[in-house]
Design a protein around this ligand. Structure first.
Ligand SMILES: Cc1cc2nc3c(=O)[nH]c(=O)nc-3n(C[C@H](O)[C@H](O)[C@H](O)COP(=O)(O)OP(=O)(O)OC[C@H]3O[C@@H](n4cnc5c(N)ncnc54)[C@H](O)[C@@H]3O)c2cc1C
Length: 506
């Protein structure tokens, strides 16, 4: 009997497995595919953009260097130790194919950011991310069983049993991280609601006989959209067919060439197609992320088009949010209702991502009204405020959970405070505990932090830049749950610690 069975060793399942392993849970991951390698996860089709928030999650768990190296970034950027401002983004991303100029993003205007060794986003590959996470999971004692397809689930008050053929796997909790076509979602009876697709999307690796007929980058045309990223031979297409083609039949070379000709408005010729996958902009999410002892995370809980690259980032955010809450529940010290805050905090985030995706689709439709909208958006994202707004939405900087509390930092991602004697908040979070930072001259929270040592690290000392705060309490997922900006109120601090970490140990 494991504490937790995770179905799916994709990036979200593996990230969650690491979080649970770090917190001392026994974890079994069941994965359908017999091996970790797939051409769809490698260059060029496996390219994925990690947001600032996701890169920071790797940094906070001591995996930044590994993920940069695996992604082919060898000049570990490392923030300027003397800078207090966050670094500028390397890539601005796009809205509906309209590319953002990263130089226009006003990083100083992002709410509560300080410099950090984690870059503001990273281009990587699914294979690289999964390799780093699999290695970390194994180091943390997580068992990964490949070639196991879960096809049945039974739960009662005591636990859950996952069935795969004649084999059964029992655990106290089960998390479905089994992707957009989640079996767990269906078996456990989650309601999945949203909007139907407007287009079929294609991501292909192909040889083009006359490449000069296509333009590089995003190309919005009167008949759809095509994309040529810098990767050699990669082409993306969006064909507004109401999603009719997706998965209805195999995409032949003739079909792909016809679509490419239509959306590009050229007579371009494809001489060979090496690899192709299709997708749609169907945008749906479950009405809750938990049914009894079964939870969902990542694409299993929410699907939308890959426009603007947010699916993986939202899933990593789910895993960070859920991991420590589920571990506290497993270990028996979780405060009442903590597991339900997973749905109440994360569902609204995915809801906004789904709407962001729908807004892009509306602006990309091949009709004069959408083209008029494109003109307006181009003008807006060409301004400093517009570029900063889009970056805030896609980088994770705009995320704020409604946790009550008066201070405007509460519910937000903690800035990477750096103590005068060296360590940064990110360094202090590697063991997965919460962190109480006490910048006050008389270390006035020292007595109050006693009793939570196994769940919360207390660190005192002046900060290089305390943003006018005297103390902050940060959850294991990096979210600020209490902030004191004058002489810290010890009672309020203790209430916040009890609310999130349970009562103190005697
Ligand atoms: C073309 C494209 C580009 C994208 N670009 C970006 C981007 O730039 N940034 C971004 O954030 N997101 C992007 N995404 C989305 C991103 O890839 C997904 O959101 C992410 O991979 C979801 O991770 P996951 O772990 O939830 O699911 P998956 O990656 O789908 O993993 C699910 C795992 O579960 C396994 N599984 C399924 N069923 C079972 C079963 N019954 N039993 C056992 N195992 C099972 C599968 O084999 C798989 O390994 C893109 C998507 C596409 C299609």
């Amino acid at each position: 009997m494991h504490d937790v069975v995770i179905v799916g060793a994709g990036p979200v399942g593996l990230f969650l497995a690491c979080e649970l392993g770090l917190a001392g849970c026994s974890v079994l991951v069941l994965e359908r595919e017999p091996g970790p390698h797939s051409p769809f996860k490698a260059e060029p089709l496996g390219m994925r953009g990690l947001s600032a928030a996701s890169v920071e999650a790797f940094y906070r768990r001591g995996m930044l260097h590994q993920v940069l190296t695996a992604s082919g970034v060898h000049d570990d950027p490392g923030a300027d130790p003397d800078a207090d401002e966050p670094s500028a983004p390397r890539h601005g991303g796009h809205f509906a194919g309209m590319v953002l100029d990263p130089a226009k993003v006003d990083v100083a205007a992002l709410p509560y950011r300080l410099s950090s060794p984690a870059p503001q986003g990273l281009l990587t590959y699914l294979e690289s991310v999964e390799a780093v996470l699999s290695e970390q999971a194994s180091k943390l004692g997580v068992e990964i069983k490949r070639g196991v397809t879960v096809s049945a689930i039974a739960q009662n008050d005591e636990g859950v049993v996952a069935g795969a053929g004649a084999d059964e796997y029992a655990a106290h909790w089960l998390v479905g991280c089994d992707g957009g076509r989640s079996t767990v979602r269906g078996l456990a009876g989650f309601e999945f609601a949203g909007t139907e697709p407007q287009f079929t999307g294609y991501s292909m690796h192909a040889t083009v006989a006359d490449p000069e007929k296509l333009r590089p980058g995003f190309n919005l045309t009167p008949t759809g959209m095509y994309l040529q990223p810098p990767n050699d031979g990669q082409i993306g297409m969006m064909d507004f067919d109401g999603g009719a083609f997706d998965r209805s039949q195999p995409p032949t070379l003739d079909h792909l060439q016809a679509v490419l000709r239509r959306v590009s408005g050229t007579d371009v010729t494809l001489s060979e197609v090496h690899l192709v996958s299709t997708f749609t902009d169907r945008a749906m999410q479950t009405t809750t992320y938990r049914q009894g002892r079964v939870l969902l995370a990542g694409d299993a809980a929410h699907i939308h088009s890959p426009l603007g690259g947010q699916g993986l980032n939202t899933g990593i955010g789910d895993a960070m949010n859920l991991g420590w809450k589920l571990a506290a529940t497993v270990h028996g010290y979780a405060p009442d209702g903590i597991l339900d805050t997973y749905t109440s905090e994360r569902r609204p985030i995915a809801e906004k991502v789904l709407d962001w995706s729908r807004a892009q689709v509306a602006a990309m439709r091949p009709d004069p009204h959408a083209q008029a909208i494109q003109g307006v958006i181009r003008d807006l994202i060409g301004t400093r405020d517009g570029a900063t707004y889009v970056f805030e939405r896609t980088s994770g900087s705009s995320i704020r959970y409604d946790l009550g509390g008066e201070h405007p930092l509460v519910g937000r991602n903690a800035p990477d405070f750096r103590l005068a004697n060296g360590p940064r908040l990110g360094d202090l979070m590697r063991d997965g505990r919460g962190v109480a930072l006490d910048f006050s001259t008389d270390r006035c929270l020292r007595g109050s932090a006693v009793g939570w040592e196994s769940r919360m690290r207390y660190v005192a000392g002046p900060a290089r830049n305390d943003l006018g705060l005297d103390a902050v309490l940060v959850r294991p997922d990096g979210v600020v749950v209490w902030a004191g900006d004058r002489t810290p109120d010890r009672e309020a601090f203790e209430q916040a610690a009890s609310r999130w970490f349970g009562g103190p140990e005697i």
